[in-house]
Design a binder for this molecule. Structure first.
Ligand SMILES: Cc1ncc(COP(=O)(O)O)c(C=O)c1O
Length: 452
């Protein structure tokens, strides 16, 4: 494949349409015979038409738009295995460069000697960061002659499911602080009730999945300083910046949330969210080598080379790292700021438009992550309209807007959420608002008819 060819043709040829029409794939049994490649390709492509359209998917934080140059790089590196560092030293070096760039962006004490790695996404990063917190706690406890039973991790009940998985997979008690009316994420005032000598760490979320709000990381650290003074328990913080660690450095440079806070031991982000890379990439960074216990890092002799690995996986395509290196070098600070500012402006404008529709109340307004959550007003609920009705009606127009109950403490309350990413243009935003207004009118008139 030459470097100028396009990876996927934009229109199927007539020949492939005809071939696809005569091909019926097996649903269950492993096929006995070969099939014509054009027929198989056409049939699979046709079937995929039934999936939602990615640019109208306002449910996901995942990147759904990339420049052609980045797409091409992804395609051209898909046959390289990221772990074969001996064979593909350049892509390995690009990964290390990305880690150093992130360490610089997040104010690590010594970015040139940054400690971190790429992962398949923030979920894997959460496992690695959680393991490092747990192992460090165990080392400290053993050094003090204490037992290492019943470790716990403290976070808001709004944590993404990856932290619940971490706790369940690695035998850590999740201590999740429930939400309450007016409190949609972790706040510092409740930490003392949940932290004790067995707390391996506190997870602060920069960009809550449920409503896009930033948890107050600096205030959480300050509260933990107070706890240390009062009890002697020195509890580190991990920042889950799955989305926000790629947004705040560009849009909120004065916000204190990263390694500038000495209590922050590690940070994760998803390159495939506001890092502008298609799904499949995360990053985990530690403030320095000390924050990542050496006994978690494995030294492997592989295919003639020596390497250090700390991951839950092994083989991965080099595509995502190559694309991330592209987006970092292509956009730089200025370009990332431009893209995210556009998304935040759009999110705020759409949130303001939603607030003007009298059936809806906002939880958040898009001024932190370029995302916001809203709900139906009490009046709309009284008419018998549910958030699921709104999601369903919007889906009929192609828009994917999730409706979901809030986490523990507020499970009776449902939310709808809109995530704005690059590719959700002002034109799409205005069409979205037109459709939401129409949906509100239709649902209200149907509800009024059925309630008499
Ligand atoms: C705050 C937060 N943490 C972790 C994750 C999991 O990220 P990933 O999909 O990259 O594994 C998400 C996903 O939305 C998230 O919002």
């Amino acid at each position: 494949m030459s470097s100028t060819s396009t990876p996927v043709p934009s229109l199927p040829s007539l020949a492939s349409l005809c071939a696809a029409a005569s091909f019926t794939p097996s649903e269950t049994a492993f096929p006995r015979e070969e099939s014509d490649p054009r027929a198989v390709y056409g049939a699979i492509r046709d079937e995929l038409l039934l999936d939602g359209r990615t640019r109208l998917n306002l449910a996901t934080f995942g990147t759904t738009w990339m420049e052609d140059e980045a797409r091409r790089l992804m395609f051209e590196t898909a046959d390289k295995n990221l772990v074969d560092t001996e064979e593909y030293p350049q892509v390995a070096d690009m990964e290390a460069r990305c880690v150093r760039m992130l360490a610089d962006l997040w104010h690590a004490p010594d970015p040139a000697r940054a400690t971190g790695c790429s992962t398949t996404g923030s979920s894997e990063s959460a496992m690695l960061a959680g393991l490092a917190l747990k192992r460090r706690w165990e080392h400290r406890r053993r050094a003090a002659g204490k037992d290492t039973a019943r470790p716990n991790l403290v976070a808001g009940a709004n944590v993404q499911v990856c932290w619940k998985k971490f706790c369940s997979y690695f035998d850590v008690e999740p201590r999740l602080v429930p939400l309450a009316p007016g409190r949609l994420h972790l706040t510092p005032d409740l930490l003392a009730q949940y932290c004790d000598e067995r707390t391996v760490g506190v997870v602060g979320i920069l960009g809550s999945t449920f409503d896009g709000s930033y948890e107050p990381i600096a205030d959480l650290c300050m509260a933990l300083d107070g706890i240390e003074q009062a009890t002697g328990h020195d509890i580190p913080v991990h920042v889950d910046g799955a989305s926000g660690a790629m947004v705040a450095p560009f849009l909120d440079p004065d916000l204190l949330w990263d390694f500038q806070l000495s209590r922050v031991a590690s940070i994760n982000t998803s390159g495939h969210k506001y890092g502008q890379v298609f799904p499949g990439l995360g990053w985990a960074l530690w403030r320095d080598a000390e924050a990542l216990p050496a006994d978690l890092v494995h030294h492997v002799d592989y295919l003639g080379g020596e390497m250090n690995t700390f991951s839950l996986t092994f083989t991965r395509p080099a595509s995502h790292v190559a694309a991330q290196y592209y987006t970092f070098t292509r956009y730089g600070h200025e370009g990332m700021r431009r893209l995210h500012l556009e998304s935040r402006r759009t999110a705020r404008a759409v949130a303001a438009g939603v607030a003007e529709i009298d059936l809806f109340d906002l939880f958040t307004d898009g001024s932190q992550l370029p995302a916001f959550a809203f709900r139906l007003s009490d009046r709309a609920h009284a008419l018998g309209i549910h958030e699921r009705d709104v999601a369903q009606a919007m889906r009929a127009r192609g828009w994917q807007v999730p409706a979901y109950p809030l986490p523990t403490g507020l499970t009776e309350t449902w939310a709808l959420r809109v995530v704005v990413r690059t590719g959700f243009t002002p034109r799409l935003a205005s069409l979205f608002l037109d459709d939401l207004r129409q949906t509100a009118r239709t649902l209200r008139s149907h509800a009024l008819v059925s309630t008499g």
